[in-house]
Design a binder for this molecule. Structure first.
Ligand code: ADP
Ligand code: MG
Length: 222
């Protein structure tokens, strides 16, 4: 599902470098990424999602090398093919929760907002415990509720790749387990791979593989 080769990246301002000689995420695999704050975990997800562009290397996502796409193509690719739960949620406050969940359909010409998509949004919201809050705007939701809206938005298009950046961070232990259940259950139903950055060590046994991010610091021997 994801194949990275000889990837290097640094921010224009300098100071931080990432080097990933090789990383593979198999179809249907659940990979957890752990590592200290500032080690580049979010940067890697942004590179895979095509939000950032590497200096060198290849990032193949489901057969497409995202590094060769134009900015507009990468945006479309991301909206239609990847579910991304951002660390800061990235919800739009001018839209109610329901429209936030359905947002990928607004921005991706390839996706059709039909009755099935609408009922998937409702079902996801209900399963994650925010079914009665769909008319509220994000500012009227708790952190944990906003997080669930972000997770529903990442899953509603049934993407083959789900990237999750500390998606359970603001939740109580019971909600964490429930959200991960939902994420895994939907991913499995869609045959999707999951790449999740997490600080929740109690959740790690539920992943197929755990990758410690320290090894990708520039200069480290991988
Ligand atoms: P993590 O998600 O593992 O906490 P990040 O990928 O967010 O780490 O950040 C890795 C490093 O890159 C940090 O040192 C951070 O300060 C730096 N960084 C993140 N975003 C930017 C940016 N837009 N410009 C410059 N440096 C950045
Ligand atoms: Mg981060």
């Amino acid at each position: 599902m994801v194949e990275i080769e000889d990837l290097t990246f640094s921010y224009p301002s300098g100071g931080f470098g990432l080097r990933v000689p090789s990383l593979t995420l198999k179809d249907g695999e659940r990979l957890a990424i752990v590592g200290p704050s500032g080690s580049g975990k979010t940067t890697l997800l942004n590179l895979i999602a095509g939000i950032l562009r590497p200096a060198t290397g290849r990032i193949d996502v489901g057969g497409t090398d995202v590094t060769t796409l134009s900015d507009a193509e990468r945006r479309r690719f991301r909206a239609s093919r990847i579910g991304f739960v951002f660390q800061d949620f990235a919800l739009l406050d001018y839209l109610p929760a329901r429209q936030n969940i359905l947002y990928p359909y607004r921005i991706s010409p390839g996706l059709v907002l039909d009755a099935a998509a609408r009922s998937r949004a409702e079902a996801l919201a209900t399963a994650s415990g925010i079914g009665d809050k769909l008319d509220r705007h994000p500012s009227a939701l708790s952190q944990g509720e906003q997080q669930r809206v972000a997770i529903c938005r990442a899953l509603v298009t049934q993407p083959k790749l789900v990237l999750s950046d500390e998606a359970t961070g603001n939740l109580d232990p019971e909600s964490k387990a429930r959200i991960l259940d939902l994420l895994f259950e939907r991913a499995e139903a869609a045959g999707a791979s999951v790449l999740a950055v997490t600080h929740d060590h109690e959740l790690l046994p539920r992943f197929d593989r755990v990758l410690d991010f320290n090894e990708f610091r520039e200069g480290a021997v991988a």
